[in-house]
Design a binder for this molecule. Structure first.
Ligand code: NAP
Ligand code: F7E
Length: 326
């Protein structure tokens, strides 16, 4: 039987690379959409580069998306590409809207035009809950986004629902809470802290400037979360699912645990409320209820917050030692 073909936008990102790993293991032929850049940034997919097909396409350019779907005829499309960093969305709100909101329209239209039987996954976010209207948050909790990024994701979510209802597409929106791992971008708080702690432990830095340490998140492990994305597209009917651990931690706890991994006391190194790391509007706390995913998909997280931080600190120590020949 012919291998199933899957197209992933955002394959150079954290989730895209983990999803590609997972789908290769499942026997899929993986087509990765990358935007043109003057220097290539394939670090996260270097280990699988000879096993996947990489093609140029940009979420800002609908024809490029249509062309890729026409050429490779995937059965599943995962739309993971986005301008995904919340602070950048305040500095570049229009770009964020173009990519993170309208990009979803371009991708959904490409699916609708080329082959409406394609199963479609949209990377929605807990940032849509923003100023939370209930605790914990479920698929039925009203949205109250607190950043241009969150607003753009609300648009993408409702467009996915709308195309499912209007054109009968198999379109799913995964409302994923924060998820992390060693491949996380260095500007996101977990990786900033584990990398900072590792640098201080190795004598490569003296302190770590941070923003609001009181913010709380429901943090999970990225490889667990991409498995949930795939599970959503294997069901009999399309639907939306919250994916979360159901446990909340503060950025302060994150600092404490990460610095303890290298036998240091974070209070001696972490500088809090650094003005440039504070946001115009903050999401104070997020806590997800993934009961629906547990029940209908049979999904469970496998790695605890503490284990994940340990994995990230160890990966950072190893990478820094290699870079600096230590
Ligand atoms: P990420 O590491 O920031 O990756 C984003 C990807 O999007 C990169 O591959 C990037 O390409 C690509 N991209 C950006 N603009 C593009 C454009 N105009 N055309 C084509 N590709 C473009 O994000 P992530 O953490 O893996 O997250 C994956 C998705 O899930 C995103 O949509 C994010 O908003 C969403 N999400 C993430 C989380 C989380 O906690 N990680 C939670 C909920 C939802 P370059 O490499 O060229 O920059
Ligand atoms: O911040 C606080 C910050 O940037 C988490 C994206 O993947 O998850 C991510 O969005 C919290 C915030 O992630 C620093 O104020 C304190 O309250 O790691 P983050 P995020 O904004 O939650 C969601 C689900 C997505 O969808 C997004 O794409 O940590 N914080 N001090 C800090 N954050 C950063 N980045 N840097 C600090 O120094």
């Amino acid at each position: 039987m012919a291998r199933k073909v899957v197209a992933i936008s955002g394959i150079t990102g954290m989730d895209g690379s983990h999803l590609a790993d997972f789908l290769l293991e499942q026997g899929y032929e993986v087509v990765g959409l990358v935007r043109r850049t003057s220097t290539i940034n394939f670090e996260r997919i270097a280990h699988i580069q000879d096993k996947i097909k990489i093609v140029q396409a940009d979420l800002l350019d609908e024809v490029s998306l249509i062309d890729v779907l026409r050429e490779f005829r995937p059965q599943e499309v995962y739309n993971l590409a986005a301008q995904s960093f919340v602070p950048t969305s305040f500095k570049q709100p229009v770009l964020t809207g173009e990519v993170t909101a309208l990009g979803v329209t371009r991708m959904l239209d490409a699916v609708r035009i080329v082959d409406p039987t394609i199963r479609f996954y949209q990377a929605s976010s807990s940032e849509m809950f923003g100023k939370v209207q209930e605790v914990p948050q479920t698929e039925r909790t009203p949205f109250y986004p607190r950043s241009p990024y969150g607003v753009a994701k609300v648009y993408g979510h409702w467009l996915t629902v709308n195309y499912r209802e209007s054109y009968n597409l198999f379109a799913c929106s995964g409302i994923l809470f924060n998820h992390e791992g060693p491949r996380r971008g260095l500007e996101f708080v977990t990786h900033k802290v584990t990398h900072g702690a590792a640098k201080i432990a190795l004598g490569l830095a003296k302190d770590l400037k941070m923003g609001n340490l009181e913010a709380k998140r429901d943090w999970g492990y990225a490889p667990d979360y991409v498995r949930a994305q795939w599970m959503m597209l294997q069901q009999d009917a399309p639907d939306d699912y919250v994916i979360a651990t159901g446990k909340e931690h503060s950025v302060r706890e994150l600092c404490k645990i990460a610095f303890e991994c290298v036998d240091l006391d974070y209070t001696r190194y972490v500088i809090e409320n650094n003005p440039s790391d504070l946001r115009p509007a903050e999401v104070d706390h997020l806590l997800g209820d993934a009961s629906k995913a547990r029940k209908k998909l049979g999904w469970e997280p496998t790695v605890t917050f503490e284990q994940m931080i340990q994995i990230m600190v160890e990966a950072d120590l190893a990478a820094l030692k290699k870079t600096y020949n230590l």
